[in-house]
Design a binder for this molecule. Sequence first.
Ligand code: NCD
Length: 307
Amino acid sequence: MKHLISPLDLSPDELSDLLALAEDIYSSPEKYSHCCQGKKLATLFYEPSTRTRLSFEAAMLNLGGSVLGFSSADSSSAAKGESVADTIRVISFYADICAMRHPKEGAPLVASMHSSIPVINAGDGGHNHPTQTLTDLLTIKNLKGHLDGLTIGFCGDLKFGRTVHSLINAMVRYPNTRFILISPKELQIPAYLKEETLDALHIPYEETTNLEAALPKLDILYMTRVQKERFFNEEDYIRLKDTFILDKQKMQLAKDDMLVLHPLPRVNEISTDVDDDPRAVYFKQANFGVYVRMALILTLLGIKVEK
Ligand code: NCD
């Protein structure tokens, strides 16, 4: 049985099959509308979520399956002190597959070691968020047509932003990827990612605090929110939260075919006057999240449908 804990749990071939399946579901959803009949997805969310949890639930419902779960630690037995290991042993009797979001790095991995159903990491602390990465890859592939040879700018909170960490790990597998990492000094990507991934694989990247100077070079701009909930003190958050704000004026510096992605939720980092720009694709991106999660559920449950 397979779980999805890290973005690298899928081989490049498995990933490309999954994206192709997601694109087929996107173009003919009706073909897939009954293939999870009788199957149940459990969503175990110990941290807030809108898109990830609801797009998982929409995905399972679109496949004809059912959903159950909880949306905060307070409303589960975690509030009584139950361990993730015990919870998942029990959920394994109630559902066929589960998606788990947890504030502690590694919690979904622990769950997968005690589970008899596939476990999907729906975000673990400031570590990884592999299904957002699948969403991002599908968005880029569908709208750009390819995943290789791209210069990607990550802007905002690159220290705590788990979507950034997972997407970097996924993109280094495509030839000629380069990164421009735009953040305040305090919010640069973690040292382990630089040493074990970027430097180890000789990936070209630069770190900068200058969004305007980076913009003309980018094929993709991946904006992120400063992750308030991971800060140790509020003063630092307040000082750093509005460092970068993308607005209509700055968009004039970007290429005509640059895409702006954002995992959402947006706070202040993209001004709403950018939303009408055809290069702003963050709402489309959220829509792609449903199709890629449908493809993931089918893949992990081993359900095959003739394309
Ligand atoms: C992201 C997350 O939870 O890490 N949101 C999401 O799943 N789309 C990004 C964020 O919260 O800033």
